[in-house]
Design a protein around this ligand. Structure first.
Ligand code: IPE
Ligand code: IPE
Ligand code: MG
Length: 238
């Protein structure tokens, strides 16, 4: 009997390459983002079908505010329409929506929309679709440090667990598989604490083209990796 393939519990994806996808078609960059957003729900469903429990998608980094105002505004508008759609489709498909990052820099109406979408999907029991928006790993770690001080944690009480509980991803498992599309081989300030022992998978495929075949390749690659966590497997000891 075939042994079922190991499936990552938590996949994190850096959705990169929207601009290049658009440029290759002679379209404005914003069109690339629009097509990119359309991939989010189908990819989440593909992951859910395969037994993945958490999918964290990098949608907007703390550094992306450096982009031209027009592009930032378009990305905020896309987040707004995504929230409208996901509030419905996540309820329909039993996905739970979550956000990592901050909402403070968004306008009040958008903040409310985000909270509402999270709220209406809170009781769902399927995959957690976690959107990283205005997210940066260093920002997250600084905020965690402040929170640890506010909680009055003494130096001796400071452990990896107490730090992890002050990150945006508190109560989520560590990332098992990190996928970056778009051809760049870097983290760009994404989940640096949480990917400490993740398997890394990089592909040239641009995010608006990302679909089941590429997900299959990433999962197959993951299933074949030997995760040692610094130790040795029994068969490796002699
Ligand atoms: C990723 O696509 C989306 C965001 C960073 C918001 P890019 O916009 O970075 O696309 P490229 O890398 O320029 O092709
Ligand atoms: C990373 O992509 C951020 C997101 C995908 C949201 P970038 O395109 O911003 O990363 P760099 O600038 O190439 O490192
Ligand atoms: Mg990019």
């Amino acid at each position: 009997m075939a042994v079922p393939a190991r499936v990552p519990r938590h996949i994190a994806m850096i959705m990169d390459g929207n601009g290049r996808w658009a440029r290759a078609r002679g379209l404005p960059r914003v069109e690339g983002h629009r097509h990119g957003v359309e991939r989010i729900h189908p990819v989440a469903l593909d992951c859910a079908r395969r037994g993945v429990e958490y999918l964290t998608l990098y949608a907007f980094s703390t550094e992306n505010w450096r982009r031209p105002r027009k592009e930032v505004r378009a990305l905020l508008r896309l987040l707004s329409s995504l929230m409208d759609e996901e509030a419905e489709t996540c309820v329909r498909d039993n996905l739970r929506l979550r956000l990592v990052g901050t909402v403070q820099r968004l306008d009040t109406a958008l903040q409310e929309k985000v909270h509402e979408a999270i709220e209406v999907t809170r009781e769902n029991t399927g995959l957690t679709l976690c959107l990283a928006f205005d997210y940066g790993s260093r920002d997250e770690i600084v905020r965690a440090a402040r929170e640890l001080i506010l909680r009055g944690i003494e130096p001796d009480g400071m452990t990896e667990e107490t730090v992890a509980q002050c990150l945006f991803t508190a109560d989520m498992p560590d990332v098992d598989l990190l996928v970056r599309c778009g051809g760049e081989i870097r983290l760009s300030n994404f989940l640096m604490w949480q990917v400490a022992y993740a398997e890394l998978y990089f592909t040239e495929v641009l995010w608006p083209d990302f679909g089941e075949p590429e997900l299959e390749s990433a999962l197959a690659e993951f299933a074949g990796r030997n995760r040692r966590y610094g130790a040795l497997k029994n068969e490796e000891i002699r």
